[in-house]
Write a protein that binds this ligand. Structure first.
Ligand SMILES: [Zn+2]
Length: 455
């Protein structure tokens, strides 16, 4: 036998042994080719064209001119609304486009009563239209002095990049039809105190929407950090560990069951990370276990405050000489939030993750209800659940488990149409468990974290 043949035979024998000694791999998730196509359709050129128009309004400060046809927040919001209407015209009127507004002030950062106007476009779902997912960016911009409503405030990254992502996601996703409804929103008043987000969150609650996801895109294009690092392949998603709306009793129970890092916003963050890393080549997502950056805020907060799943999706490395700064050169260093500080190919990856996530959630069935975990003092955990109210698209359920110190749902198995699953030889104390509903194409709902079953 020639030596290389012998070596090949040895490899054949050795490979299975090596595989056995390593931990079992996670079940590979079935890829939905439609989601890959959606992610691939997002265009850096389109994002740049939109952001260039936004910067062209000079300033989009919340207190800036509302009457000029070319400069200020009024011209900017009318232009955004016209873009949604143009996109809608291209899909047979598939978007309902309107303003949601409210008056705030006088108060901090808003010295006189001021109308805050959000632009909203709704792509109505075909099957379960009362279920919503929402993508937002904020239109308003600022300079160093947050009350300066006249100086040039290009806001190319903060948050022209996020608004561009919302319009681009709408352009791509309106080519498809979804079971659930998709909402595209562009809020104002963020820099003055999250006013537009508050107005929209309260409006959503008054309408009684089942809002399964709110994703805020705020600063998604800067890849040159003040920390000296250039990174165009990592993004951050910030999320609350648990909703602030938990009752005292529910919060007390977490001490006995776990779940301090498994609230609804955290599950959405995990979903966004998993979808991004499956469908967007070259993008990794860090889960940051915080509502937002340290002592800072964004428009997802008013939604999280009301108990909706809401996260902030943002660049990995911020540049503090660019954001919230006057446009000027200091010691040879350009300050201010200019288009030159935005890498549109980086913004493209984050927008592609947005679009794939919105599509996956909107094609997936609603998540299962009444998810319960039992199995104390037994060598097997028991998970049980009920189907969602609208179960027409449910092709099966997927149960998940992970070590309690693992951040992501690394292990799962599909269990068909069962409503109960026994994790044989897996002691309930040592793992976290969850369940999602899955459609025929394999798109999962968000994972639902269980509450304890009645003893
Ligand atoms: Zn911002």
């Amino acid at each position: 036998m020639r030596p290389f043949v012998a070596a090949a035979l040895l490899l054949l024998v050795a490979a299975p042994l090596a595989a056995q000694s390593s931990p079992p791999p996670a079940t590979p998730a079935a890829a939905d080719p439609r989601l890959a196509a959606i992610a691939a359709a997002v265009s850096a050129d389109s994002l740049e064209a939109t952001d260039t128009r936004l910067v062209g309004f000079g300033t989009r400060h919340t207190l800036s001119d509302t009457l000029s046809p070319t400069r200020g927040i009024g011209a900017a919001r009318r232009w955004v609304k016209a873009q949604f209407e143009r996109i809608s015209a291209g899909c047979g009127g598939c978007l309902d486009v309107f303003y949601v507004s409210g008056t705030v002030g006088p108060g901090p950062r808003v010295p006189r009563p001021t109308e805050i106007v959000d632009v909203v476009a709704v792509q109505r779902g075909t099957a379960d239209s009362g279920r919503y997912v929402l993508l937002d960016g904020h239109l308003d911009s600022r300079v160093g002095d947050v009350m300066d409503a006249t100086d040039s405030a290009p806001g190319a990254d903060d948050d022209g990049s996020g608004v561009s992502a919302v319009l681009e996601a709408a352009r791509v996703l309106t080519r498809y039809r979804f079971a659930g409804s998709v909402v595209y929103s562009v809020c104002s008043g963020e820099e003055q105190g999250l006013y537009g987000g508050e107005i929209l969150a309260a409006w959503v609650r008054r309408r009684g929407w089942r809002l399964d996801a709110m994703i805020e895109n705020d600063m998604i294009g800067n890849d040159q950090g003040s920390d000296g690092i250039t990174d165009d392949s990592t993004a951050r998603v910030f999320s609350d560990g648990t909703p602030p709306t938990l009752t005292e009793r529910e919060r007390t129970m977490l001490r006995f069951t776990g779940g301090e890092v498994d609230g609804i916003s955290r599950q959405l963050a995990r979903y966004l990370k998993a979808t991004a890393e499956q469908y967007v080549p070259g993008l990794h997502v860090w889960l940051i276990y915080r509502l937002d950056r340290f002592l800072r805020g964004g428009d997802h907060k008013p939604f999280a405050d009301l108990g909706y799943p809401a996260v902030r999706f943002t660049e990995m490395h911020e540049n503090y000489t660019r954001q919230h700064n006057d446009v000027r050169v200091v010691d040879g260093v350009q300050h201010g939030d200019l288009l030159s500080g935005v890498d549109f190919d980086y913004a493209r990856k984050i927008t592609a993750a947005d679009a794939a996530t919105l599509a996956s959630l909107s094609w997936a069935p609603a998540p299962p209800r009444e998810v319960r975990l039992g199995g104390a003092v037994q060598p097997a955990a028991v998970l049980s659940w009920q189907p969602p109210a609208d179960a027409a698209d449910v092709a099966g359920y997927r149960v998940y488990w992970r070590r309690t110190d693992a951040p992501t749902w690394d292990h799962w198995t599909d269990v068909g149409m069962a409503h109960r699953y026994v994790f044989t030889h897996r002691v309930v104390d040592n793992y976290f468990f969850g369940v999602a509903s899955v459609n025929r194409e394999g798109d999962p709902s968000v994972v639902v974290f269980p509450t304890p079953a009645a003893p």
